[in-house]
Design a protein around this ligand. Structure first.
Ligand SMILES: [Zn+2]
Length: 62
């Protein structure tokens, strides 16, 4: 195991209504799966794997 305490983002969740984007680590995704997927603006947020970043909609790119 690495001693690096910074979790590696494996993807992100985004809100298609307010365009908020939050990076998430594997631990975050595990939490989402066990406790419920995050919601924003009364909608379940959309998940994007990091490998799909080039295909993100324009609003999700910084
Ligand atoms: Zn929102």
């Amino acid at each position: 195991m690495s001693t690096n305490s910074e979790p590696t983002p494996i993807g992100m969740v985004g809100c298609t209504t307010c365009h908020q984007v939050v990076e998430c680590s594997a631990a975050d995704v595990a939490t989402f799966l066990s406790q419920g997927w995050p919601k924003c603006c009364n909608e379940v947020m959309t998940y994007y794997a990091t490998s799909e970043k080039p295909h993100l909609p324009r609003w999700a790119r910084q």
